[in-house]
Design a protein around this ligand. Structure first.
Ligand SMILES: *Cc1c(COP(=O)(O)O)cnc(C)c1O
Length: 390
């Protein structure tokens, strides 16, 4: 079927022709509950009317002009993002990996400005930062790096959720310039760190004048119950990257910075042909306006709580279900043994989920999911898990 597509993905044998809200329909007209949102992208659900309207309207007048000229929609989006994040300025990209590339470039220039020739960014084991050469080198997963050596230098990996490990590297290695961390590791298996983990990294970065760089590509845009997950901690990073849900499916990413970090990239140092074009910015502006008008993010915590408490209730007698956890609508369910088959099985039963780290079922439902859809999700999934474990 995909003979002219490079086989970089193991795809399920299904294609969708239409979507609406949490629902997708395949080419035979069968309906699916999308509990993955195109991997944390369609946070407002599929075919959202405001996003639809915004990109239709924008495409009537102007899709692209390039960053050689002023782009008022980009200015407006940057202002809105800074207002919502507490950051000061923005570089727009087309993807998450590119947003992280910008962050890594900022960290390196920051180091060189202090006379550090070989700057080191501290990154985490089991992290995921993208598939470009620099971001796969930063990623803490040997499978992502396999075959692509030589890797980009300048990354030191430490265990996630371990402040002493970061401290130890900083004290041993005078070339440290930044810490790059996900607030919750998504691809790595929905690892939620201690409540004060980010606060402690903030203090360490302040003490040693390192840039604190947070990868919010999966956790951002309301997913965890705040616009950005670091807002649970009442801190501000120096650099923050977002992408996935920013355009609700229209490709757009952003690297946000403040303070010293905001002044590092100057004319000619970085760029992107498409980055922040009028079409993508119109989609992102519609996303931000919808989130604000519907007060959607305020509902996320309770929805996540409802899903995990009902799943816990339904699965409590099953010892092979070792842990159910969530922050907002980022949900992880650990089984005692590998359960990759569940993805295809769930799809056959009209439910789209993912399994990361072989044993962790990951749910990232659209933030607009309602009570009856939550009930359907919980009932279908708990039945599938019980059948799988029998
Ligand atoms: C998805 C993801 C990325 C990569 O984003 P792309 O748009 O696929 O390049 C980076 N970091 C995290 C935390 C992600 O979840």
């Amino acid at each position: 079927m995909n003979s002219h597509i490079m086989p970089t993905y193991g795809r399920l044998a299904v294609s969708f022709s239409r979507g609406e809200g949490v629902w997708l329909w395949d080419e035979e007209g069968k309906r699916y509950l999308d509990a993955l949102s195109g991997i944390a992208v369609c946070n407002l659900g599929h075919a959202h009317p405001q996003v639809h309207k915004a990109i239709c309207k924008q495409s009537e007048t102007l899709i692209h002009t390039s960053n050689l000229y002023g782009i008022p929609l980009q200015e407006k989006l940057a202002e809105k993002l800074c207002e919502k994040s507490g950051m000061e300025n923005v570089f727009f990209s087309n993807s998450g990996a590119e947003a992280n590339e910008a962050a890594i470039k900022i960290a390196r220039v920051y180091g060189h400005q202090q006379g550090i020739d070989k700057p080191v960014v501290i990154v985490m084991e089991k992290s995921f930062h993208g598939r470009t050469m620099a971001t796969l080198s930063a990623t803490g997963n040997p499978k992502v790096q396999q075959g692509f050596t030589p890797l980009v230098e300048g990354f030191v990996h430490v265990p996630f959720n371990d402040i002493t490990a970061i401290e130890a590297v900083i004290s041993e290695n005078k070339n440290c310039v930044a810490v790059l961390v996900e607030p919750i590791q998504g691809e790595g298996g929905v690892h939620i760190p201690a409540d004060d983990y980010l606060n402690q990294i903030r203090s360490l970065c302040d003490k040693h004048q390192l840039l604190m760089m947070i990868d919010e590509i999966q956790t951002g845009i309301g997913r965890t119950g705040e616009f950005l997950a670091y807002q649970h901690n009442k801190i501000l990073p120096d650099v923050c990257t977002i992408a996935k849900a920013l355009g609700n499916g229209v490709p757009i990413g952003a690297c946000l910075a403040k303070g010293t970090a905001a002044g590092i990239l100057t004319a000619g140092m970085h760029g992107s042909t498409f980055g922040g074009n009028p079409l993508a910015c119109s989609a992102a502006l519609a996303v931000l306006e919808t989130l604000d008008n519907d007060d959607l993010i305020a509902t996320v915590h309770n929805k996540g709580e409802k899903i995990t408490t009902s799943l816990t209730e339904k699965l409590k007698h099953i010892t092979e279900v070792s842990n159910i956890r969530h922050k907002g609508l980022m949900i992880g369910i650990d089984l005692a043994s590998p359960c990759m088959e569940l993805v295809a099985k769930a799809q056959q039963h009209g439910l789209l989920i993912s399994v990361t780290n072989e044993k962790t079922i990951r749910l990232l439902p659209p933030l607009i999911i309602d009570d009856s859809q939550i009930e359907l999700l919980v009932t279908t999934l708990s039945t599938l898990i019980q059948e799988h474990l029998q």
